[in-house]
Design a protein. Structure first.
Length: 289
């Protein structure tokens, strides 16, 4: 695992440096080209950003899998825990590392909310606040505002009184296909969510938002949640079913070390706030067209 982690760290640093260089050049070029050329620059930037995001998302998932699925997190000597003979115990039929616990999602979160559907509450298309639905959540952990409905500020106030979304919350698409989540990294001042999107807040006395986000994006969770989905037309997972879902939770000290590993791997560009996404170019794209 150490060799793989070192390789991932090196590759991530190269991606980070190339990204900084790439976007510096893009921003400089925008000052010297005509509208047609800008369109091509935005297309190139969009492709490049998607590749970066996909790479970093996969890296984060790989590290999560090593640590929390295969149980090969670093022991006190920096060696893979399970592969190096770390003590495993039986917890209600689950073989897990000593000191870890098996609990339910409801035991490790401090809040779960949804947005609000229009119905008699407000009308769509009346302002410039983006109204996020499950279709705007992508499998690689980003928000795609393409085709997004809009609401006005008064409607957003009504929605926000219910959703209460804030930095650190995880947006969760409750309608299949599952495994579409987004970790809020900056203040959501110009968008909010509808009723089919859950907003989940980690209990940071027990876990970190990044740990919970990657759990919801893991293959094991998606497989379990999909098998628990209900609905005749649109299959999805209900809040109570999600809250009852069981998972293996390590001590907070291990999760905090995992957070440090993500930061060292430059995965913070997806998990901890590196803000190069295609949405940051959306307003310029519109004006360029």
């Amino acid at each position: 695992m150490d060799k793989i982690a070192t390789s991932n760290n090196t590759a991530a640093v190269m991606h980070f440096l190339l990204s900084k260089f790439f976007f510096t050049i893009v921003l400089l070029l925008l000052n010297f080209v005509n509208t047609t050329a800008r369109v091509y620059i935005f297309l190139l930037a969009d492709i490049y950003i998607k590749n970066i995001n996909d790479y970093l998302e996969e890296m984060a998932k790989t590290i999560y899998d090593y640590w929390f699925v295969q149980f090969d997190f670093p022991n006190e000597n920096g060696k893979p825990y399970k592969s190096s003979g770390g003590k495993m115990v039986n917890s209600n039929g689950h073989i897990i590392p000593e000191g870890w616990t098996f609990c339910k999602v409801q035991d490790i979160i401090s809040n779960i909310c949804t947005g609000l559907n229009p119905r008699d509450n407000f009308k769509l298309g009346t302002g410039d606040i983006k109204y996020i639905t499950v279709k705007n959540l992508t499998p690689n952990g980003t928000l795609d505002f393409t085709g997004c409905d809009t609401i006005d500020e008064s409607a957003r106030t009504i929605v926000h009184n219910r959703s209460d979304i804030q930095i650190g919350d995880i947006l969760f698409a409750s309608i299949a296909p599952l495994g579409r989540c987004y970790l809020i990294q900056s203040e959501p001042t110009d968008w909010d969510i509808n009723e089919s999107v859950f907003s989940i807040r980690a209990n940071t006395d027990i876990i970190t938002p990044a740990f919970l986000y990657l759990y919801f994006m893991s293959d094991a969770f998606i497989k379990h949640a999909t098998s628990s989905s209900t609905g005749s037309i649109f299959k999805g997972i209900r809040i109570n079913t999600l809250l009852e879902t069981e998972l293996c939770v390590p001590p907070l000290s291990v999760i905090l070390k995992f957070k440090e590993r993500l930061a060292c791997s430059c995965c913070r560009s997806r998990i901890h706030g590196f803000q190069y996404t295609k949405n940051s170019f959306s307003s310029r794209w519109t004006s360029a067209r």
